[in-house]
Design a binder for this molecule. Structure first.
Ligand SMILES: NC(=O)c1ccc[n+]([C@@H]2O[C@H](COP(=O)([O-])OP(=O)(O)OC[C@H]3O[C@@H](n4cnc5c(N)ncnc54)[C@H](O)[C@@H]3O)[C@@H](O)[C@H]2O)c1
Length: 418
């Protein structure tokens, strides 16, 4: 078996959509290559006085439909192909939900749990300085992703503003409210996953209040998805984090688990409650539920475990959790996969609201944010399901066809420079 390369996954998915649309390669070739790839190496002074060198990246996949947009990830295993794939998924995500952005992604190869808060701040500030030539509210706007959060965005905003000499809140989204963040942004990706789950179940005729749901990952996306899907009346029977998972056929107490995890450094392997069993991440993926929400990392549903998956629907909270080979197995089994570029788009939609508020120096109330998010998500979900029914293609192929069409149209209108 060849080594897993998420960018190959992206290319195969784009080629499949292009062939469904009957596009010639010259029509969509630009979507196969990132516009810019920056690799940086930079020193950080550690608390003990030693200097460590870290490697980071910023990839801008496309600016055809607007400024580049995409999160920053801190992870010890990150590499350029992963960042290229994540940047491309952002391009397609923004296109499928119809917000005026291209796609980008950044990362630093680091395990942030091994750094003190002061070291994390110095690393973030130096990485920001290294990518400063590429980012800015008009060209490329970062946001949180795995292992980054509002505080990290605050340091990025401050560093960039200091370099420019005045406050520029619109350079990042996912900031704390006090410095220009949007109400509803922290919950937005999970809220989008909940809306996608609710609407998909409705279309498939599965009552949400009878659904049994398993969620992999209890970070920003997984834990908010768990909370909001539970509020639909569904039973969350399994959740997990990097250390392992919890299972209860009666349904887990999500607010108690979220409360427990709110202390930095705590892991689910140490969580104990009567009636709750410890399971592995693999057991979570193959446990008997109706809905599986992978909300951790890429490459979790593969040809090795796809045949053992028993759910009716998979709602991809994470980016790229399912490989192309696994997708084919799931399709043959009749399992409906709601793709990442649709299911987890809530975060970038509310990031867009935050950026608009920053550019206009306006503040929206939370109700307006959530209502507008709901409207945009429901419209995109309807469009993706309609094309899927009309063309008898998977939901992933449908979402990519809709997005690719918009990207090709934008490129054609703009023409080729010079
Ligand atoms: N934060 C956002 O707004 C956002 C938006 C869209 C998509 N996403 C995607 O959602 C996914 C999760 O992002 P997040 O922001 O919630 O990250 P996070 O850092 O807040 O949480 C990640 C969670 O996954 C768990 N995890 C890490 N590695 C794992 C593994 N190998 N197996 C099982 N669990 C593992 C962690 O313990 C943690 O619970 C990523 O794919 C990310 O790209 C995030």
């Amino acid at each position: 078996m060849s080594t897993y390369n998420p960018y190959d996954n992206v290319l195969e998915t784009i080629r499949n959509a292009a062939s469904i649309l009957g596009l010639a390669e010259s029509d969509y070739a630009t979507t196969m290559y990132p516009e810019r790839e920056l690799k940086v190496s930079f020193p950080v002074m550690m608390d003990d006085g030693t200097v460590k060198i870290f490697e980071g990246y910023r990839v801008q996949h496309s600016s055809s439909r607007g400024p580049c947009k995409g999160g920053i990830r801190y992870h010890q295993d990150v590499n350029i192909d992963e960042v290229k794939a994540l940047a491309a998924w952002m391009t397609f995500k923004c296109a499928v939900v119809g917000i005026p952005y291209g796609g980008a992604k950044g990362a630093v190869k680091v395990d942030p749990s091994k750094l003190s808060s002061a070291e994390l701040q110095r690393l973030t500030r130096r990485y920001t300085a290294m990518i400063a030539p590429l980012i800015g509210p008009d060209q490329d706007i970062p946001a949180p992703d795995v292992n980054t959060n509002g505080q990290v965005m605050g340091w990025i905003m401050d560093t960039y503003s200091m370099l420019k000499g005045h406050a520029i809140p619109g350079v990042v989204t996912g900031k704390p409210i006090e410095i220009g963040g949007s109400l509803g942004r922290v919950e937005a990706t999970g809220r989008g996953v909940m809306i996608t789950t609710r609407e998909s179940l409705k279309k498939l005729g599965i009552p949400a209040d009878k659904a049994r749901v398993a969620i992999q990952g209890m970070g920003n996306v997984g834990s908010i998805s768990a909370k909001l899907i539970a509020e639909l009346g569904a039973k969350i029977v399994a959740v997990s984090d990097v250390s392992g998972g919890l299972y209860s056929s009666e349904g887990l107490n999500i607010s108690a688990i979220r409360e427990y995890l709110s202390v930095r450094g705590r892991l689910l392997k140490d969580y104990n409650e009567p009636g709750v069993n410890h399971i592995t991440n693999q057991e979570l993926i193959t446990c008997g539920a109706d809905v599986l929400v992978p909300a951790a990392m890429e490459n979790q549903i593969t040809e090795k475990n796809a045949a053992d998956i028993q759910v009716k629907v998979i709602v991809e909270g994470a980016n790229g959790p399912t490989t192309v080979a696994a997708d084919k197995i799931l399709e043959e089994k009749g399992i409906v996969v709601v793709p990442d570029i649709l299911a987890n788009a809530g975060g970038v939609v509310v990031s867009y609201f935050e950026w608009v508020q920053n550019l206009q120096s306006l503040v929206w109330d939370e109700d307006e944010v959530n209502k507008t998010l709901n409207r945009i998500m429901c419209k995109a979900i309807d469009e993706v399901f309609d094309l899927h029914t009309e063309k008898k293609i998977t939901l992933r192929a449908s979402a990519y066809c809709l997005a690719l069409k918009k990207l090709v149209t934008a490129k054609n209108i703009r023409g080729i420079f010079p």
